[in-house]
Ligand binder design. Structure first.
Ligand code: HEM
Length: 347
């Protein structure tokens, strides 16, 4: 039997989507014109959240394999999809412009009818944060999380929190980066500084060059470099191990080599994701301030104060952002051995 021809309205199930807006203000016979915009904006957000989950799940599936094959197209798929997520986030930031065409007085026409509903109850948003790497113990305002969400959604988010996050999977992947430990690749490396430490000659050279480049007021950074990159002395909320931090730094320093391109792009895209999420949070806070001033949220949180805490505390890829403090000028980079250069190239 042949399949019936595909029809636009049916394919997109528009009968469901276009009939999914029921205004609380109409139910109370007090029609508020802007409530339609308010509903549609939130629905559009939730659809984009769904798409981001779809992209993220496929990335996690690749990263969850026993060994990510660095020589397969999979790494490029991760580059492509992390970029898609950050591009969606850019659109989400701009959607706030549309909602801000609603004035506070327009909002007050229906705001009270929404209590105790709140964007805080967006379990898709909470799950996105959790999949990327935000653990419950690092959440700001845990009491709201537990009191505002329905138990079945809390259970679903908890399930996600128990799985490996993207950040944890990245840690494992970075720890496996082969180049430093393969001594064959370093046999012709031209060491610059005498090595009295237990460090690999490359990292010994790097530490000296880094230290020599520090200006007054930054001198303590050499100790931070040693703690973070060599001694597993982590700051609060650091996820990456010292070994993974070294790999990530090596990728940033030598990103010009072909093999380093995809790993570099992934780190770059993740920083974009954090930046876009933070930009959204910031725009959302400003919008909230403009709409409700210092009133508490419909969900019952302290409103702006809670949101500001989440903005400060919910950066997920900050370990990668930290790397910028430990870069050195390109012209001072230790020259790699010819063996390693060949390994990092296409030939
Ligand atoms: C008039 C517009 C809006 C106002 C006044 C507003 C207000 C608030 C407030 C006060 C909170 C803190 C929790 C609470 O007590 O309710 C919150 C959280 C939240 N809102 Fe909105 N919001 C608005 C629009 C939106 C839109 C369009 C979205 C898109 C999905 C959204 C998503 C969220 C999310 C995800 C949270 C939780 C953030 C977190 O936990 O870090 N909000 N909102």
């Amino acid at each position: 039997m042949s399949k019936p021809p595909v029809e636009y309205t049916e394919y997109l199930q528009l009968d469901k989507i276009l009939n999914a807006q029921s205004l609380e203000s109409d139910k109370e016979n007090a029609h508020a014109h802007d409530e339609m915009l308010f509903i549609i904006i939130h629905q559009a957000y939730e659809l984009w959240f769904k798409q981001m989950h779809f992209e993220l799940d496929s990335i996690l599936q690749i990263m969850n394999q026993q060994m990510v094959n660095d020589n397969s197209p999979e790494l490029q798929t991760i580059v492509h999809r992390t970029n898609r997520i950050s591009t969606i986030l850019k659109v989400l930031v701009h959607q706030i412009d549309i909602l801000e065409t609603m004035t506070p007085l327009d909002f007050y026409d229906f705001r009270d009818m929404l209590r105790p509903a709140s964007g805080f109850q967006s379990w898709q948003f909470k799950m996105l944060e959790a999949k990327l790497g935000l653990k419950f113990e690092h959440r700001y305002g845990q009491q709201y999380y537990l009191s505002m969400l329905k138990p079945e959604y809390i259970a679903e988010i908890k399930k996600v929190e128990q799985q490996k996050t993207l950040m944890e999977l990245l840690n494992e992947w970075l720890e496996r980066m082969p180049f430093i430990n393969d001594m064959e690749l370093w046999k012709n490396y031209d060491q610059q500084f005498e090595n009295k430490s237990a460090l690999h000659n490359f990292w010994n050279d790097f530490s000296h060059i880094y230290e020599n480049g520090l200006v007054e007021g930054e001198k303590q950074n050499i100790q931070v470099l040693t703690d973070l990159f060599f001694n597993e002395i982590k700051s609060e909320h650091t996820v990456l191990s010292s070994k993974a931090m070294r790999s990530a730094l090596f990728i940033l320093l030598y990103r010009g080599y072909p093999i380093m391109q995809a790993p570099f792009q992934i780190i770059h895209n993740l920083l974009d994701i954090d930046e876009q999420m933070a930009t959204w949070r910031f725009r959302h806070i400003n919008m909230v301030g403009r709409m409700i001033g210092s009133r508490v949220g419909t969900g019952g949180s302290s409103g702006k104060e809670y949101l500001r805490g989440a903005l400060d505390k919910h950066y997920i890829f900050k370990d990668f952002a930290t790397l910028s403090s430990f870069l050195i000028e390109r012209k001072k980079l230790p020259k790699l051995s010819s063996e390693l250069e060949r390994r990092l190239g296409f030939y």
